[in-house]
Every structure is written in structure tokens, then in C-alpha cells.
Design a protein around this ligand. Sequence first.
Ligand code: GDP
Ligand code: ZN
Length: 430
Amino acid sequence: MSDATIFARATGAGRAAITILRVSGPKAGPILEAIAGRLPPPRLASLRTLRHGTDVLDHAVVLWLPGPRSYTGEDGFELHLHAGPAIEHDVADALVTLGARPAEPGEFTRRAFTHGRIDLLQAEAIADLIEAETSAQRRQALTQGDGALSRLYDDWAQRLRTILAHQEALIDFPDEDLPPEVEARLLTGIADLRAQMDAHLNDGHRGELVRRGISIVIAGAPNAGKSSLLNVLAGRDAAIVTDRAGTTRDAISVTLDLGGQRAVITDTAGLRETEDAIEAEGIRRAMFHVKQADLVVHLYTEPDRPAPLADVPVEDVLTVCNKTDLHPAPDGVLGISATTGAGLGALQAELAIRVTRLTHSAGAAPLTRARHRAGITEARDALAEAERAAWPELRGEALRVAMRALGRLTGAVGVEDLLEAVFGSFCIGK
Ligand code: GDP
Ligand code: ZN
């Protein structure tokens, strides 16, 4: 770990009233004293005149944030400067002269991880919180950041450690020394843990869905009004609408906030038999999108009742009848008119209900990334192998594989190779 003292702007670019610079590292205290005079009381805002030698840089609010109770775990401070390029530039120059250097993307959070202030799951949650566009994403990131997932995985790791200790006792001491129920209890413990991991994995991907957004695809025959529907849902002309059938050759997507959930709605080429090669390619892609979708809005117009979509479970399909201004929708079918707007409120409400159902969290914190799914799957498979193991030594080995997979999730063991990927996606200043 580098012991450099780093700094970065914590506030956004563009015109603003203040610019916050954060500084972290062993030289933070001496640098703050050099530009702001004696150290202010910890964690209290103090107004100071900042100087570089005799040059007055700014009158600024200063926060002295000594470690280890700081974000990074190191000594640090914040300067709340008047926003302005000259101030920022000259203060940065002073910081560099005094021995600090500009931070790399994610370097503050990486230091927080290195110093044990947060684990890897919490670091990922900080990135998710910054990216969060909807309330559901914000809540999920905050829960994970508070350590909900970390506590679950730490608890499993703790139980595995106990099981492993019993397993090693079985190997080290011949069975005449140990009551026979030790092995039985150990096997029950493994089976319990595996069942909990199975339940955690079998969650309908709800955490990942909230994080990346629910994908909704509008499918249906040419001219059903798919592009018109996308446009009214998006509130702008995102897709081309024409009365010539087969105009939408490839998919167009817009992102929507549906009842606090992020949803990505995609308009596809109309599904029909065609001789036109380009349109045929569009339809092939449309079917691809339909199969990938979490939810399909199957749009049609009376009286052209559509055939059910091949390869899509009926519960993932919402059939909607468009152009009710021309032909009324039959009983029990949601009717809309993309041109008059009739029924759109009901459609949005129904979509929000279905999206919420997909992401509804019954209990514990959900996993939120493919990395988590891969890690828990590896741990679960290792436990299954431990249950099947013919020799105690093989069982012990499988248990250690499971422990290691859990440890990599929180970042407790062997994650050097992961850190670039996790922290490299952060912005500078985080
Ligand atoms: P797509 O091929 O399914 O994408 O259909 P479009 O959105 O391009 O619409 C095809 C034609 O139907 C266009 O002329 C639209 O103006 C028209 N259209 C779409 N929705 C309605 C509607 O609710 N009522 C009426 N009367 N016409 C509509
Ligand atoms: Zn279209």
C-alpha cells in the first residue's frame, strides 16, 4: 500500500457555489497546519484563511478528520473552497508543493477498504449508490452499504469455520476419542448451510434486476403501435412511427422510472413473416430481445388476435390491446390508445405492479452482482461436494474451498486480482 497523501475534488464539475477538496494520508495534518494554521478541533467546521506562504488563497471552511475514524481510516481533511478555477488551481498547487498528489479513481474508497473501514461488498455499494437513478436502487445500495450482505456472508463464514474445526478434530483424533454424533452434526450443519445458499441464489435475480433495471420489451405485429407506445411511455419521440409496416428494423430502448424501479423499455421490429432480408434480421433480433426480457408487453389491435409468443412463459407476458379509439378491447384485456392516451395510466400502474413483484424482497438482503452469484454458487457447489466426500480429508478440502469463496466476496482473502475491477469503475474523488 502506498503511503502517499492524496487529494481530489469531491464536488462535481461546472459552476457551483463551493468546491470541496478532500485530502487523505499521513501528511494531512502537517499540510493542513501549513495552509490553515493550527489544527482545528476534529470533525468540526472552522472558518480559516488559507495561505501558501504569504499568498492568501481563500477564506474557507476547514474540516480536520483524523484517522482512524475517517472515511479512509487515515488522517484527512476537507477544504470547502469558494468555487472558482483560480482558487482550485492554486490550492492544488499548494497541496502538491507540500507533498500531496492527485488521487486516482476510487483511491479514497480503496484506502477505506485496505484499512478495514469497509469490506468489498460495501465498496461496491458505494459505487451503486453514486450510480443509483431510482429510489429502489438507492435503498438497495444503502442496505448493502450498511453491511446487510456482509453480515450474512460473515455469518456463513463463521459457521463454516466451526464446521471445519470439528472436521479437523475428526481427522486428527481417531473416532474412538469423539462421540459418533459429531460427524452427524457436522453433516447436518453443511446441509443446512447449503440449503440457505440455495435459497439465497434462488431469488429470481431480484437484487441484480434492481441494480441493472428491469428489461421490458414491447413485441407484436407490425403496425400494432409498438413505437407509438414506446414514445408515449418515454414522453418523447424516441422511436420512429410510420404507417408503413416493418419500419423499426432494430431495437430502440428508453430508461424509465416505474414506481421507483429502473426499467429499460425496448421497442422491437414487428413480428411477422417477411421476404425482406433487412426486416427479417430485425425480426430475428426482436425475438432475441423478447427471450432476454424480464417482461414482455405483447401489443395487438382488434380484431387481429395474436398467437402466443413462442418460448416465453405466459406469466412474463402482459397482453395489451392498442387503438381502442378504433376498436374496443375485449373483456379482461388491458386496452390503451397510444394516440389518445386512454388507458396509459392503467398500463403504467400494471407495469409498476409487475416490476415490483419481480423485485419484491421477502427477507434478507439480496445479492446484487454476477460476482456475488458466482461466489455463492462456488461455495454452494463446494458444500455439496463436502456432503458427498468419501474421505474426511476430501471433505475438509471442499469446506476450505467454500470458505475461500465466501472470503473473496467480502474481500477478506485473496482479492488482489479483483481490486482493479472494483475500484477502477469509481470516479476520481471517491
Ligand atoms: P409499430 O409498427 O408497431 O411500431 O407501430 P407504430 O407505432 O409505427 O404505429 C403504426 C401506425 O398506427 C401509425 O400510423 C400510428 O400513428 C398508428 N397508431 C398507433 N397507435 C394508435 C392508436 O392508439 N390509435 C390509432 N388510431 N392509431 C394508432
Ligand atoms: Zn415500430
